[in-house]
Design a protein around this ligand. Sequence first.
Ligand code: 5RP
Length: 218
Amino acid sequence: MNQNEMKQAAAEAALAFVPDDCIVGVGTGSTANYFIDALPRIQARIQGAVASSEASAERLKKLGIPVYDLNAVDRIPVYVDGADEINHYLQMIKGGGGALTREKIVAEVAEQFICVADESKLVSVLGKFPLPVEVIPMARSLVARKLVLLGGRPVLREGFVTDNGNLILDVHGLSIAEASKLEGEINQMVGVVTNGLFARRRADVLLLGTAAGVKEMR
Ligand code: 5RP
């Protein structure tokens, strides 16, 4: 199996976690896209979806899946999304696609977070993948200076604006031993909308696509 086949196998395995009659939370990225593309198979038994990005909402609508505003939804039993890195505690770095804030919001509402990923995403220490931080545009330099004090090398994601009209700083060079602590520290910085560490709301289940098939980790 190549990397895309592993992503697809993991994403399709997540269908079995979606309960009947629910509104399902849907993430963003190439692995989440495989999940979206498989959703028509269970369309008759779900009400619809809440999307974590405009791109995912568009893809869902094209397939005829009703897309709900999060504010109109009481509960999301399951949220399915990919990750840029995930450790053995199921803490993640997300936001490679720039949708981290909406992903974190939908994940916070969800009762269960199912992470779908290929085996290259499983790491022992988070931080090789640059940590995305969404910032209010006027605070870009202020936040960048504070991230340098934390030992990181922030790089502005050129030519990219989030769905919320903000910028992304990708922070290189962090070796993240205490993910939950760092997540809180960065989120405390004035001008930060959120950062891509998902440690306080980690995944509940990891469906990992491997050469030997899909492994389930909790
Ligand atoms: C988007 C994300 C994605 O889940 C993450 O970037 C993984 O993407 P892919 O499934 O394409 O490898 O956090 O903001």
